[in-house]
Design a protein around this ligand. Structure first.
Ligand code: NDP
Length: 281
């Protein structure tokens, strides 16, 4: 046993997660004595794996695919942002109590507004996808007061449902990709899993204009199909999700340790660390 406090990331698979590298860098930078490791949970054994980790002294954990919804149900208390997201990516253990939080939205917002210096107020935003990632970022995006936020999804009813659920936060509409014809947007965020399979969401031409920012939550070496399409369509700026990955981790680190690390050197380290673009974290 060492005296470092135990943290980790639950997922399946989890072997290629960058989170241990990120949190080790944060810990070194902030002088925090933590031990953070990948925690492979069986697909039908998430709750048991969490219980065993807590029994062994675990203080907190991140949660990634496919356990975010299960973590939401497992938590005994939720932050407001986790409640809104319907998913949990950060757990804090305190005796029998489990606090569930969600830092994905804060991570995206920090990457867009601080790292990319892209103000969101008054912008026309298009969000692609209606899964967990889209749901997690909707409230913070709307709270930033865009002109309009449009959600497009392969299964149009899911996008319409999300728009309905978040209507109280701002002007938001949802529908299918065919409904985008003739519209252009300042910011287009790909929150679909299409890039994972090397696919492009069925976007009509014209959604980008010469000043648009194209943002793919997926990250890796080179352009994703979405970013390649945006480039061909003349989008002014392209960004992948590596900054969001590091920012959501920094926000989790703050929740656990009360100190927000400097993310810029960690993003730079990962950019220079090689061709591994595995989206697991
Ligand atoms: P989900 O499985 O919950 O949702 C997947 C979404 O993608 C659904 O809306 C689905 O549409 C859509 N989709 C899947 N395949 C295609 C396709 N070929 N064409 C068009 N739409 C498609 O996944 P998550 O929301 O959890 O994650 C989405 C992405 O975001 C992943 O790539 C993930 O790695 C990334 N992510 C990145 C983070 C970061 O920190 N950078 C944080 C969180 C997520 P339908 O409803 O029709 O099935």
């Amino acid at each position: 046993m060492n005296d470092r406090q135990a943290y980790g990331v639950f997922g399946n698979p989890i072997g290629h997660s960058k989170s241990p590298l990120i949190h080790a860098a944060f810990a070194a930078q902030c002088g925090q004595a933590i031990d953070y490791r990948p925690l492979l949970a069986p697909l039908d054994g998430f709750a048991d794996s969490v219980a065993a980790f807590v029994a062994g002294g675990g203080r907190g954990a991140n949660v990634t695919v496919p356990f975010k919804e299960e973590a939401y149900r497992l938590a005994t208390r939720l932050t407001a942002r986790a409640e809104r997201a319907g998913a949990v990516n950060t757990l804090v253990f305190d005796g029998q109590a489990i606090l569930g939080d969600n830092t994905d939205g804060a991570g995206l917002l920090r990457d867009l507004t601080l790292n990319l210096t892209y103000p969101l107020a008054g912008r026309r935003i298009l969000l692609l996808g209606a899964g967990g990632a889209a749901r997690g970022v909707l409230a913070p995006l709307l709270d930033a007061a865009p002109d309009v936020l449009t959600i497009a999804n392969r299964t149009a009813t899911r996008a319409r449902g999300l728009a309905h659920d978040f209507a109280a936060h701002g002007t938001v509409v949802g529908g299918g990709y065919d409904e985008l014809a003739g519209q252009s947007f300042d910011l287009v965020i790909n929150a679909t899993a299409a890039s994972l399979g090397g696919e492009l969401p069925p976007l009509p031409g014209g959604v980008f204009h010469a000043g648009s920012l194209a943002y793919d939550m997926m990250y890796g070496q080179g352009d994703t199909p979405f970013l390649a399409f945006a480039r061909r369509q003349g989008a002014a700026r392209l960004a992948d999700g590596l900054g969001m990955l590091v920012e959501q981790a920094a926000e989790a680190f703050r929740v656990w340790r009360g100190v927000h690390p400097d993310t810029a050197p960690v993003i730079a380290m990962l950019r220079n660390s090689g061709p591994d673009g595995d989206p697991a974290r």
